[in-house]
Ligand binder design. Sequence first.
Ligand SMILES: Cc1cc2nc3c(=O)[nH]c(=O)nc-3n(C[C@H](O)[C@H](O)[C@H](O)COP(=O)(O)OP(=O)(O)OC[C@H]3O[C@@H](n4cnc5c(N)ncnc54)[C@H](O)[C@@H]3O)c2cc1C
Length: 386
Amino acid sequence: MNNLSKRIAIIGAGPGGLTLARVLQEAGYNPVVYEGEASRNERQQGGTLDLETDSGQKALQLAGLLESFYQVCRFEGQSTKIVDKSGKVYQDDTADEVPGEDHYSRPEIDRTVLRDLLLDSLRPDTIQWGYKCLEATPVDDHRFELHFENGKTDVVDLVVAADGAFSRIRPLVSEEKAEYSGVSMIELNILDAANESPELTAYNGPGTVYALDDHKGIMAQMNGDGRIRVYLGFQAGRDFLESLDIPYDEPEKAKPKLVALFADWADELQKYITSANDVITPRRIYMLPVSHTWESRAGVTLIGDAAHLMSPFAGAGANLAMLDGAELALSIINNDDLDTAVRQYELKMFEYAGATAAETKENMELFFSDNAAARLGELMNSFAEQ
Ligand SMILES: Cc1cc2nc3c(=O)[nH]c(=O)nc-3n(C[C@H](O)[C@H](O)[C@H](O)COP(=O)(O)OP(=O)(O)OC[C@H]3O[C@@H](n4cnc5c(N)ncnc54)[C@H](O)[C@@H]3O)c2cc1C
């Protein structure tokens, strides 16, 4: 008896939920993905992601999509420059467009491109768009009834929460909530950077620049669509973004106030703010406690941010979400009993996600520490030597 006849519902069409659906579908399963947004184009998906060999790329391999990923990823996007506020360089590592052996470790892909790759790999009827899940209520000791904002319901043998940071399903197994991490960010974009800001584009290069000092940072990434996406990061209290009294919805008025926060930083770094030509988005960064675990419960489990939300300072969240999706799928495929499959996945995931969450928290502290640029440079160089 295998699990093929079981009704498996995945809440959320992010990288985690889509990877799970794909690996299951390849093995003959018919999972359904319920996504709250109305279509794949409802919302901009955000920045570029580097996919690591032992997590994101491993998941894509298990999903049969690694070669397709290599066709669309940007190997040169791995280039990294680390500077302090004066512009002093602590690391400048340029990766080639054509991958050498060592350059398969973290190629970049725009989030939209990754999502399209995963969406297009699924049968067209897999995703139910416009199904925002409000709650899941137990029907018996194994099954749950899902309730959606559009009035629809569904009874399922397994509900997988892949619904991100503020999961509606998490309370079924855990009392933990996403808490403010102590870091706030303000996102700016320089669209068509090569034409609009050629000097800055040359300074930035094809990858990421980390400018860190004074417990804050300017982190800038070249994206595949030609924009430079800039995150201003601050170690600050929960109300910091409001306390600045900056009109974020009026970029031309907001920019001088943002530059003033970096008044003694090098000109080329201030240009990341003055050159911005799109909307400005303030956001608090949230996280779950490091090593978040729960008692396994029949009929429900969590993957990705729903299970282990962490700050972006190790670039691990999407990678782990995809690995979770693939690991859970394999466990379902390889076990005759669904509850055993879920438990085995959870035990394995608690271990690797706990380790990464601890590393991410250390990185976050390092990014906003004294001498952050020098310390991050040392850390990156030590990885390069391994
Ligand atoms: C600024 C920033 C930069 C980041 N950079 C990186 C990086 O470089 N590398 C990296 O690996 N990670 C990065 N991350 C983290 C990464 O974005 C997340 O860890 C990852 O997207 C989690 O994937 P997921 O599938 O678990 O959830 P999500 O990507 O959050 O997807 C959840 C999906 O569920 C849907 N949904 C939500 N609620 C409901 C509901 N009630 N009903 C139905 N659908 C619902 C949402 O619409 C969404 O489509 C970054 C995060 C931030 C904030």
